[in-house]
Design a protein around this ligand. Structure first.
Ligand SMILES: C[C@@](CO)(OP(=O)(O)O)[C@H](O)COP(=O)(O)OP(=O)(O)OC[C@H]1O[C@@H](n2ccc(N)nc2=O)[C@H](O)[C@@H]1O
Ligand SMILES: Nc1ncnc2c1ncn2[C@@H]1O[C@H](COP(=O)(O)OP(=O)(O)O)[C@@H](O)[C@H]1O
Length: 281
């Protein structure tokens, strides 16, 4: 095999409760990660030398800081690999939207190059490598909808109803680091017990602060709530609501006010990367 094309799906945080702050500045949280069937796509092509290159439909993303490049270099070093690759990233997800696009791209890179370079590293090893790139990366390496604790890396798979979601992104970029550093962030929520995950009230502790700092997020939620109960995902700025069917979701999408972008996607319990990887066997 010399070439591989794989999806890098988005996630929603159906709830996000922040239960404390660790001494290293990271926050302990409890969150319900819902994978979606929509996202970016990456193509990996084997090279004869050890160079790693990135091309992308968004030229602003072609740089050494891209999580795709960082994941590829990390894996090449860890796996003592003498091969390189050319990577093409088809960026489709909004960035800085709390949809985990960068983390998902990194995870797909780890999984894809593990296969292309025939490193045979375990999923546990890839998840651990991924955690050094970002708190969300292990979720996408494992590729299942999950209840997460710790800083987001302690994952417990969950089977949820695979609902249809409308995801709406206002034209603003929310920095995850800015929100977690803010003095007004709610960071003392009472932890919920595993048994109460599906019944406890679902809310996002970052949402009140983000609505205050970025009024456009509050305005977007006010628009969406006219159609269905809605919430913010991650540290924003994207918001989402579940719809009973394609017709009603597409109808709301068609009414989007100027300045907002959106897409409809289905929640999935397992990432489509698993069947895609299996097809390459
Ligand atoms: C909080 C979540 C919920 O999904 O937000 P989103 O990024 O999706 O919006 C994620 O876990 C984020 O994951 P990720 O985006 O990979 O975070 P990282 O790069 O590791 O960290 C970005 C910044 O957020 C802070 N951070 C992140 C995760 C966490 N549990 N506590 C934190 O305090 C870190 O201090 C860091 O400055
Ligand atoms: N492959 C990538 N895709 C998107 N963003 C990336 C990528 N690599 C690095 N980044 C950086 O990470 C930031 C947050 O990206 P993203 O994962 O889309 O947001 P979030 O963590 O809010 O879901 C971007 O603004 C960008 O600077």
């Amino acid at each position: 095999m010399t070439q591989l094309t794989l999806p890098a799906v988005a996630k929603l945080n159906l709830f996000l409760h922040i239960t404390g702050r660790r001494t290293d500045g990271y926050h302990n949280l409890q969150t319900l990660f819902q994978l979606l069937d929509a996202g970016d796509e990456l193509t990996f092509s084997l090279r004869n030398d050890d160079s790693i290159t990135l091309d992308c439909n968004n030229i602003a993303l072609i740089n050494e800081q891209n999580l795709v490049i960082r994941a590829a270099r990390l894996l090449q070093k860890y796996g003592k690999c003498t091969q390189g690759c050319d990577i093409y990233l088809d960026k489709r997800l909004p960035m800085g939207g709390g949809l985990g696009g960068g983390s998902s791209d990194a995870a797909t890179t780890l999984l894809g190059l593990n296969k292309l370079w025939q490193l045979n590293l375990s999923i546990d090893t890839l998840a651990e490598l991924g955690l050094s790139l970002g708190a969300d990366v292990p979720l996408f390496v494992r590729g299942f909808t999950a209840f997460a604790q710790g800083i987001g890396e302690k994952l417990q798979p969950l089977q949820l109803e695979e609902k249809l979601y409308l995801v709406v992104t206002p034209n603003c970029h929310v920095s995850t680091a800015e929100i977690f550093q803010h003095p007004d962030l709610i960071r003392n929520s009472t932890p919920i017990h595993d048994a109460d995950i599906l019944t406890a009230p679902w809310r996002n502790d970052c949402q009140p602060l983000v609505e205050q700092l970025y009024p456009i997020v509050a305005i977007t939620l006010q628009w969406l709530v006219e159609y269905a109960p809605c919430q913010m995902t991650g540290t924003g700025a994207s918001v989402f609501a579940a719809f009973p069917d394609q017709t009603s979701a597409q109808h709301a999408l068609a009414q989007l006010p100027p300045g907002l972008t959106g897409f409809v996607a289905r929640g999935v319990n397992q990432s489509p990367i698993w069947p895609a990887l299996a097809d390459t066997e």
